[in-house]
Write a protein that binds this ligand. Sequence first.
Ligand code: ATP
Ligand code: MG
Length: 420
Amino acid sequence: MKQLRAIRGMNDLLPDQSPAWQYVEATLSELFARYGYSEIRTPILEATQLFSRAVGEATDIVEKEMYTFEDKSGDSVTLRPEGTAGTVRAAIQNNLLNQPQRLWYFGPMFRYERPQKGRLRQFHQFGVEVFGIEGSDIDAEILIMTARLWRQLGIADHVTLQLNSLGNSDSRAAYREALVAYLSERREQLDEDSQRRLERNPLRILDSKNAQTQELLADAPCLLDFLDEESAAHFAQLREMLDAAGVKYEINSKLVRGLDYYGKTVFEWVTDSLGAQGTVCAGGRYDGLVEQMGGKSTPAVGFGLGAERLVLMLETLEVLPESLAQQVDAYLVAVGDVQSAALAAAEQLRDELPWLRLQAHCGGGSFKSQMKKADKSGADYALIIGEDEVANGQITVKYLRSDQQQQTLALTELAALLQG
Ligand code: ATP
Ligand code: MG
């Protein structure tokens, strides 16, 4: 039979990669807990309408990136391409919005994109969504929290914060009109994609990677000149709070984000250590979305953080803790007809030393071959049980990473030795 392979752009996470992921997951869940955020887990499959309505019909995601199919009852369902829509749905459906909510999530997302470095079809995002807080203090909090994350992971010098405000829907509409007027006069000079966006989603043109289009945009009307008074004040307060907290940022008036639900604050944390896929974390405010999805009007702000890109960055910059490479502390070698005694001893050790990561050899084999496996396991010591040891209630400790002399001692003394 032809060998089956994983679907393009959907990766296996192999045993040698999982320690880095576990480290990142542990670091983030601890960080979120330290700021009083609670975890939410929503289904991976949702009604297609949820995304077309929340994310927006004219976005790249809904236009061409969704994994959509009919389930057996003929309903159109979609593998979630992002986490905000499902979180909003869950918050409305479960009446979470009577009080402010600080939520976080982690899980797989699916987008039909061209796979490349830092861009997959199944990827993973950490996300934060905060509901019910209007002020810019919460915008500042989630940015201050991410700044702490970069420091904690040792990559603070390799990310920069880009910040913009999209204003309210009226000021955005006014800007949109001015931008379309400016660009329509220069339509032939626009790249093909941008020409198409001119009708469908003109603000996204600001985001174009095309050099000529970017040149054209240099003299285009500036979004920040169109801000309504309230959004301008909100933005000024946010900047003041970031300044006070020592979080550096660059104002980027061309930052728009690819999802329709954003208004007021938008931001991206970008790095130059990943090549073209430089956005590690991105988000903003979406005060209109909850109401638009059928809930009561609720201000909201959040971000998504690409886990593959983050792990790639930690690997590239070589800032992963060295200790991650070691998966076990001790390897139990059992020579001769001692399997039962060895397994029992292993359990006794696990009872006495809960911190000990002990891999017990299974499957027999010579002393030499088992010692080879012990060495390969990365363990610091081999714990050896042979027929003599069983007869005397003892165990032999052999140090694999130092010159220390091996010793044979009572099983009951081993705990004290390893603890010390
Ligand atoms: P990009 O401009 O890179 O396509 P985006 O605007 O589509 O990003 P968001 O929808 O805001 O991204 O998602 C938040 C984060 O999720 C991104 O900043 C990135 O780190 C990560 N991400 C998005 N799409 C992918 C993907 N296909 N593969 C891996 N990570 C992704
Ligand atoms: Mg994208």
